[in-house]
Design a protein around this ligand. Structure first.
Ligand SMILES: Nc1ncnc2c1ncn2[C@@H]1O[C@H](COP(=O)(O)OP(=O)(O)O)[C@@H](O)[C@H]1O
Ligand SMILES: O=P(O)(O)O[C@H]1O[C@H](CO)[C@@H](O[C@H]2O[C@H](CO)[C@@H](O)[C@H](O)[C@H]2O)[C@H](O)[C@H]1O
Length: 477
């Protein structure tokens, strides 16, 4: 490690004087910025680490930035993490002048403070800096607030050519030579990130359905570290389940065999998670708590999304039924670690036809401790059932029978591997499906208002007591 790399970062006050005016404009325009619609009232640098000093041409600066924003009237009360300023991870390239090929990466020209006279830009779009990041991950160790860890025996070749992943998501990803993919988390919270925790646990279990982490980057975050990035094998040539479902719908083709395979893959991952990590049987009080959590989320969502309000009283009955089941003492409900945000886009099908499961972060808006709690596996099943509905509704004309067939086939596939058919617990499944559709209504209202009619249509059907998981596929086909 060179002397320059280990040099302490510039004073954060002078750094902030440089970056504050630029970041206030740039941050809210990023797809991964979760505080959209609320003004940025202040920025704070929580940590700054020079991976390359500003004069290095290019320099590489790693920042953790706290963003202060007032709460909006629509912020759900249960959205605890939003009560504290969100902390974002930024990787900034620093150059005297930006070459034209990097123009799309521009953040701005600095006129004051520590970086005056420099140009700062999104480092992940600069192949030289993206390469440096991979080199750091190949070599375990510390640098300033950052710690780089490499899994035992992980194959991380050097010299792989980096490319940023086009599709902007909740986080930012870089693919290296079609061999590895680095996910850089954007909004970071202290504590164990399930997107590292669960794939590591599954790898220990020998579960081949999830890419095993090869290396990861963390930062000291007070009592608990922050997980900043995870490097894992890249499934080259894969298509995700969402793309495939839409293609199949367009061609008028059948998807039920794939839906069944997805059910089997989900059950395999659930079995491995149940072996790798603790499971619990939920008692009466815990099931009541589960139902109460769902009711509270409905109330918060109805507060934020007025179109949801007419359905709320009828939807609440799904949660009441779950609580009643507990009161009758008849649940014996098993809970374990689950994926937590399962949908078609989280499955990748390799060219050989194998399904791989990715993105174990859980629903990004939920507090971390909640995302790490054992849950009934029905929660993931419900996520997939919702996803088949989403796919059928984004097709013109709407293809309800296609969704019904896929939903049933998925449950059948799940039952084939798990030995238990999710449809044999209709009260639990309905409660989870309702909870997921409520989450989706809130998600769409915040991020993609044009999509709001999709979960609203489902909530209308769920409120009317329709939208049951469906009969056995053999009876449908
Ligand atoms: N191991 C992998 N192999 C191939 N592609 C991947 C892999 N992991 C993620 N991807 C691609 O990256 C995209 C974003 O990854 P994801 O973990 O879902 O990030 P986000 O949290 O930003 O949504 C996925 O939709 C998928 O296309
Ligand atoms: O970014 P993530 O993949 O972690 O998940 C979030 O975004 C998803 C949309 O990209 C969202 O999923 C919803 O839309 C999908 C279609 O685009 C659909 O297949 C899912 O069933 C539906 O929930 C997901 O909820 C959100 O957390």
């Amino acid at each position: 490690m060179s002397e320059a790399v280990t040099r302490p970062p510039a004073h954060s006050g002078a750094l902030l004087a440089s970056l504050d005016p630029l970041l206030r404009g740039w941050l809210p325009r990023q797809r991964w910025f979760s505080g959209k619609g609320r003004p940025v009232t202040g920025l704070e640098i929580a940590a700054a680490t020079e991976l390359l000093p500003p004069g290095a041409e290019p320099g590489l600066l790693h920042l953790l930035v706290r963003v202060h924003q007032p709460l909006s009237g629509a912020t759900p009360v249960a959205d605890h993490e939003h009560l504290a300023p969100d902390c974002y991870q930024l990787l900034l390239g620093v150059r005297g002048e930006l070459p034209p090929r990097l123009a799309p990466a521009l953040i701005g020209h600095v006129t004051a403070g520590a970086l005056a006279g420099h140009t700062v830009y999104e480092a992940l779009l600069d192949p030289r800096l993206a390469t440096l990041l991979l080199e750091r991950l190949r070599q375990p160790g510390r640098l300033g607030a950052l710690r780089f860890t490499r899994a035992d025996g992980a194959d991380i070749p050097s010299g792989l050519v980096p490319r940023p992943l086009g599709s902007e998501q909740s986080n930012s990803s870089l693919v290296y030579g079609d061999r590895l993919i680095l996910k850089v988390f954007r909004r970071v919270v202290p504590g164990v990130n399930p997107d590292l925790e669960l794939p590591l646990a599954l790898a220990r279990q020998g579960c081949g359905r999830v890419p095993p982490p090869a290396a990861w980057m963390t930062a000291d975050g007070g009592a608990e570290p922050l997980v900043l990035g995870v490097l894992q094998p890249y499934v080259a040539g894969a298509a995700d389940g969402w793309e495939l479902a839409l293609q199949v719908l367009t061609k008028g083709e059948d998807f039920h065999a794939e839906a069944r395979a997805l059910g089997r893959a989900t059950a395999e991952v659930h079995a491995a998670l149940a072996t790798a990590l603790p499971t619990v049987t939920l008692g009466r009080a815990q099931v009541e708590l589960l139902a109460r959590g769902m009711t509270e989320r409905l109330e918060d969502a109805a507060h934020a999304v007025p179109a949801l309000r007419p359905y709320a009283p009828a939807l609440r009955t799904a949660y009441d039924a779950l609580a009643d089941l507990a009161a009758e003492g008849g649940t014996g409900l098993r809970a374990q670690r689950v994926h937590g945000d399962l949908h078609l886009g989280q499955f990748l099908r390799s060219p050989s036809g194998e399904w791989t499961l990715i993105d174990f972060e859980g629903e990004p808006a939920r507090p971390l401790p909640e995302r790490r709690m054992p849950q009934p596996p029905a929660r993931d099943v419900a996520g997939m059932l919702r996803s088949f509905d989403y796919a059928s509704r984004s097709h013109r004309p709407w293809a309800p029978q296609w969704a019904a067939t896929c939903r049933a086939a998925y449950c059948t596939g799940y039952a084939e591997t798990a030995g238990t058919d999710p449809r044999t617990s209709p009260v639990l499944l309905r409660a989870h499906e309702t909870d997921k559709a409520v989450y989706e209504a809130l998600y769409e209202a915040r991020h993609r208002p044009d999509w709001l009619p999709v979960p609203l249509a489902a909530l209308g059907r769920l409120a009317a007591g329709e939208d049951a998981p469906g009969p056995e596929p053999d009876a449908v086909l």
